[in-house]
Design a protein. Structure first.
Length: 451
């Protein structure tokens, strides 16, 4: 008998179908809960090993609220939901689940997802990086912020394993640098890392580019071509912008991941390969799956070990470190003596929103080093930033940030009739975790009921 599972799902028919699937796969279902309160009771009584968690539940609390409690209990869980709007998915990711399944799904999808979730949980427990010291730096990844340190630690943990890795993050956050770091800390480091930009591949040539072709395989195939997977044999292949791959190409990629073999176009011969897969995307793949643009089974195969890279606006404490790092780099390469950034210029950098992230900062530093006429950058030529004007009080004085925040939260609570969490609650309206909102309310002296 496999692990004991608790299903937290408010629709009985869906929950019962899940129970039948799980029992058929050899799992012991210890109960079905329709609300967070019922789930808490069953967890205490039945001590399940895993929780299958829907987001929309009966009562004021959601599956996301329960997920934070499960994290505290170190009880692994995965989501099963049809809710894929962006704010919900961001809230889901913040709880660090071991999987996310989009309804509806097939029985075999459920079994695969549970296997992958179990594998990820066991990896986390065992800590797969004994050969990598905790304070080891990673070349090219600069910063001291907690979010960046968390990503670096995950890179160190997963690098020595053979696990597929999915790097998530906005454009310019350093996904390719992270992929190189994983390769350089892996057992594949003496072999090549082959980078493939899936968004740049012509649709008619994707299969040829990835898997190669024989001479004469199609018009214009005048010579044998070795594909990217074959070039990366015994090394690492980095599939950047994996979310841009067309569906028919996703099918072929899935077969390679499952069978560990390729077949060149125009050939009946299969070639066994040993390749570490690292993929990256700035898209929300759960949303792509829900809207039919990305295969669920391929998502499972790639999303074994996700690493989220923070945006630069989420780690503004690193801006000064990064600015000086790029200043030194480009001053040396351009043979200039620029070695200082003025205080007002640094304040400019810290006040900017950085839609292009670290890449934008690097390009800005390079440009300003070249334009500098002294050894100091006194001002950066940044895109216009709309100033935030603080509202005035009746006494004509500016409100403090705390006063403005309190007023904003109370307005949200009033709109939501005092409801904090759950669907239609103030936390959802403010795009904030319920626990964070409760904490802010306590700090600001806002009682539930917005008095």
């Amino acid at each position: 008998m496999k692990e004991k599972l608790l299903i937290v799902e408010d629709e009985f028919i869906v929950a019962n179908d899940l129970k039948i699937m799980l029992q058929k796969a050899g799992y012991q279902v210890v109960g079905i809960a329709a609300s967070v309160a019922q789930a808490r009771k069953l967890i205490e009584e039945k001590s399940p090993d895993w929780i299958l968690l829907d987001i929309i539940l009966k009562g004021n609390l959601t599956g996301i609220d329960l997920a934070w409690e499960l994290r505290e209990m170190n009880l692994p869980f995965l989501y099963i939901s049809a809710n894929t709007n962006q704010s919900t998915l961001e809230a889901v990711k913040a709880t660090h689940p071991y999987g996310f399944m989009v309804k509806p799904f097939r029985e075999k999808d459920l079994v695969v997802m549970l296997d992958i979730a179990r594998y990820r949980f066991n990896q986390e427990k065992e800590n797969l990086a004994p050969a990598v010291t905790a304070n080891q730096e990673i070349a090219g990844i600069i910063g001291e912020s907690p979010l960046l340190k968390e990503a670096i630690e995950k890179i160190k943990i997963v690098a020595p394993a053979e696990t597929s890795v999915l790097i998530l993050g906005e454009s310019g956050t350093g996904k390719e640098r992270a992929a190189h770091a994983i390769h350089e800390l892996s057992t594949h480091k003496s072999h090549p890392i082959v980078v493939v930009n899936c968004a740049a591949l012509p649709q008619s040539l994707i299969e040829s580019e990835l898997f190669g072709h024989e001479k004469g395989a199609f018009t214009g195939a005048n010579a044998l071509r070795i594909g990217k997977f074959e070039q990366a044999n015994n090394g690492t292949i980095f599939l950047d912008e994996i979310g841009e791959l067309p569906l028919d190409s996703q099918v072929k990629l899935l077969r390679v991941l499952q069978e560990k073999e390729i077949q060149r176009l125009g050939s009946n011969k299969t070639i066994k390969i040993n390749v570490r897969i690292v993929a990256a995307t700035n898209k929300i793949l759960e949303k792509e799956v829900a809207e039919g643009r990305f295969r669920l089974d391929l998502y499972y195969r790639l999303n074994v070990f996700p690493i989220q890279l923070p945006s630069l606006r989420e780690r503004k404490e690193d801006i000064e470190i990064l600015a000086y790092y790029f200043l030194k780099k480009y001053a040396a390469s351009s043979k200039k003596t620029v070695n200082k950034i003025s205080a007002p210029a640094l304040e400019q950098l810290k006040s900017y929103n950085w839609p292009g992230n670290v890449r934008e900062l690097e390009h800005l530093a390079e440009r300003n080093v070249l334009l500098a006429k002294t050894n100091e950058i006194e001002k950066f030529d940044l895109p216009s930033i709309t100033p935030i004007v603080a509202l005035e009080t009746s006494s004509n004085k500016l409100k403090s940030m705390e006063e403005m925040e309190k007023e904003h939260i109370m307005n949200a609570l009033q709109i939501c009739n005092g409801k904090v969490s759950g669907i239609g609650g103030a936390a959802e309206l403010l795009k904030m975790q319920p626990q964070t909102l409760y904490s802010k309310m306590k700090k600001l002296g806002i009682k539930q009921g917005y008095n």
